[in-house]
Design a protein. Structure first.
Lengths: 284, 334
């Protein structure tokens, strides 16, 4: 709690946190939606924003306000699944590689280095085409999780490498603490903030990829997400035809999400280590 | 020592990554339930072509051969590598029978032209602004620019492109909404044509450049801020070295080193660059090519683009890794 209060003093954490809370509130409005997101033509088509349709309606005959609540909810769910599952992989790989060292370290780091060099995006495109018919919020989250751990596993590994050299590791090992207990009880508390900040970065990455894949038409386009909203807007030429409100809503929502997540992550990593500021901002 | 400890493992990794990457590209489409040959024929029929049974068998056999789908998977795999070594990426299913490599070569100059100019432009401007903002970090304009960068930086480039599109092409109507050049214009090296291309490339270029500038600005500012605090800078100042010399020789020069490696790395990413930005602005580069390939289910073309990117990116990263020490004398592989 004290950490949280300290962090809230940073204006970036403050705004990032509250924007994210607002987004989650907005997303949970979807539970009270008068519309079924799977149905088209429930509202009149192509209406400008008005008292009745706050954010207007699209060419599919859907109320943009309510579809956007579903979109944010689904995009956040995809990002959370991708983030949490890939955290499990990243933490396991990072800790095993860092703690055991030797051959397992070299093999694991080779795999993660390779994932970093390969044009992952195109690989994900190929795989997404393969499972296009069974693409759901969960399967997309898992697909992204498989690829989203490499860089973070490296970060966690290097932290474990330095923790392993500390006095308390020796004390713990010599006094007969099991490896599992040592890692869980002694290392985890140190790693938690780092894991948390990588989780936030990873979520932003996942939302970005979700939007990219959707614009390429590789998602189930009947599921509303920030990406599929943009897909429909592009395929109906919304910009050319002057239906700016259709594009504006998902764009503004994404900008809020990306800025909030970035500010949270910058703020947390500065809190962790001021010297890391340079690296943090450096690697895009 | 350098060769054995660094060069050989790095090169082995390079080969292995290409090997596994290309193998994955070979396997993934073969896991798909549908048969590309039968699908192409179904498409031909849907367009109203009537075929005799005998001619049909011949077409199927020819297509199977052409798509490299003859024999067992192992035969196909060997054949796949053989063709790859000759630079043959097969033919496009959709724009039959144009070779995939021709399509890539046609789209490539657009993408490279757009990204090369914007990357270098963004690098220069971003670094200059970042350097001054870092040196005079307490001034108001430096802090203002920092705040702007903090907002622009986290946006994916296509989200930013959309925002610019809404602002300029729709709300203000200064720039054309889409296309690489005006419709129906013949490519030529005349001034009006070049002006036309530049005019149409302006918005996609601006979106990539401004975003890149925010990134370089932030890194440069932080590096300069930390270099200014170094003791050798303070020593030089106490020793009476002129302010100008401190700024150019002591601070900027040292701060520029990591930025040069950063530039090299981002040049490597050009090949898979701004795919969605191209789609948003219907710009005729690799991104739009990929988009059409996905829409039409043109696997050969997608595989071709992927394999091309694997080669391009891994090779650039390898080259950057190897010339690192030339840029930064502090790094030695030993």
């Amino acid at each position: 709690m004290k950490v949280f209060r300290d962090l809230l003093r940073d204006y970036r954490f403050f705004w990032g946190f509250w924007i994210l809370v607002m987004t989650v509130v907005f997303a949970s409005l979807s539970f009270f939606s008068p519309y079924d997101p799977g149905l088209w033509g429930e509202a009149p088509r192509d209406m400008r924003p008005s008292a009745e349709y706050w954010l207007g309606t699209d060419s599919n005959g859907q109320d943009i306000f309510w579809i956007a609540t579903f979109a944010v909810r689904n995009s956040l769910t995809i990002a959370l699944i991708a983030g949490l599952v890939s955290r499990v992989i990243a933490v396991t790989v990072g800790m095993v590689a860092g703690y055991l060292g030797g051959k397992s370290d070299r093999v694991l780091m080779f795999v993660s280095d390779s994932l970093l060099v390969i044009p992952l995006f195109l690989m994900i495109v190929l795989l997404a085409m393969l499972i296009r018919d069974s693409m759901s919020v969960i399967s997309l989250g898992l697909l992204l999780a498989i690829f989203g751990w490499a860089w973070d596993a490296r970060l966690i590994r290097s932290q474990i490498l330095s923790l392993r050299e500390r006095e308390f590791t020796k004390t713990a090992v010599l006094s007969g603490t099991g490896t599992m207990k040592l890692v869980m009880n002694e290392y985890m508390p140190y790693s938690t903030p780092l894991i948390f900040s990588t989780l936030i970065n990873n979520m932003a990455w996942a939302i970005g990829l979700e939007i990219t894949l959707a614009i390429l038409g590789l998602l189930d386009l009947s599921i509303p997400t920030l990406g599929t909203m943009l897909y429909w807007a592009i395929s109906y030429q919304a910009v050319l035809l002057g239906r700016w409100w259709w594009v504006l809503t998902p764009i503004v929502l994404s900008i809020f999400l990306f800025v909030a997540l970035y500010w949270l992550s910058v703020s947390i990593s500065e809190y962790l280590d001021p010297r890391r500021r340079i690296q943090r901002v450096g690697v895009g | 020592m350098f060769v054995r400890r660094y060069l050989i493992p790095r090169f082995v990794q390079y080969i292995l990554v290409i090997f596994f990457g290309v193998t994955a590209v070979f396997i993934i489409p073969r896991l798909l339930p549908n048969d590309p040959v039968m699908r192409t024929i179904a498409e031909l029929r849907a367009r109203g072509a009537s075929l005799e049974p005998g001619a049909m068998d011949k077409i199927i056999a020819d297509m199977t051969k052409m798509y490299g789908l003859e024999g067992t998977w192992l035969d196909q795999y060997g054949d796949f590598w053989m063709r790859l070594m000759r630079g043959d990426l097969g033919v496009s299913f959709f724009q039959f029978p144009t070779p995939v490599s021709t399509l890539i070569v046609t789209a490539l100059p657009w993408t490279v032209g757009l990204l090369l100019t914007t990357t270098i432009f963004a690098w220069v401007i971003g670094n200059v602004l970042g350097a001054f903002a870092g040196y005079y970090s307490s001034s108001r304009w430096a802090q203002g620019m920092d705040a702007v960068a903090m907002v622009i930086r986290p946006m994916p480039y296509y989200i930013f492109a959309f925002a610019l599109l809404l602002l300029f092409a729709y709300a203000v109507r200064w720039f054309p909404v889409s296309g690489g050049s005006s419709f129906g214009r013949q490519p030529s090296f005349t001034l009006p044509y070049i002006q036309d291309v530049l005019w149409h490339s302006f918005l996609p270029a601006l979106s990539i450049a401004v975003l890149g500038m925010a990134v370089w600005f932030q890194t440069m500012k932080l590096v300069v801020q930390s270099v200014v605090g170094e003791s050798y800078v303070q020593y030089a100042r106490l020793g009476g070295v002129t302010e100008r010399k401190i700024v150019t020789r002591y601070v900027f020069r040292n701060a520029l080193l990591p930025q040069i490696t950063g530039l090299a790395l981002s040049l490597g990413l050009i090949f898979s660059g701004a795919l969605i930005t191209e789609i948003v602005f219907s710009y005729p580069g690799l991104g739009t090519l990929l988009y059409r390939a996905i829409i039409n289910g043109d696997y050969n073309l997608i595989m071709g683009i992927t394999i091309f990117s694997i080669f391009a990116i891994t090779t650039t990263v390898l080259i950057v890794d190897l010339i690192y020490p030339l840029f930064d004398p502090r790094i030695r592989y030993s």
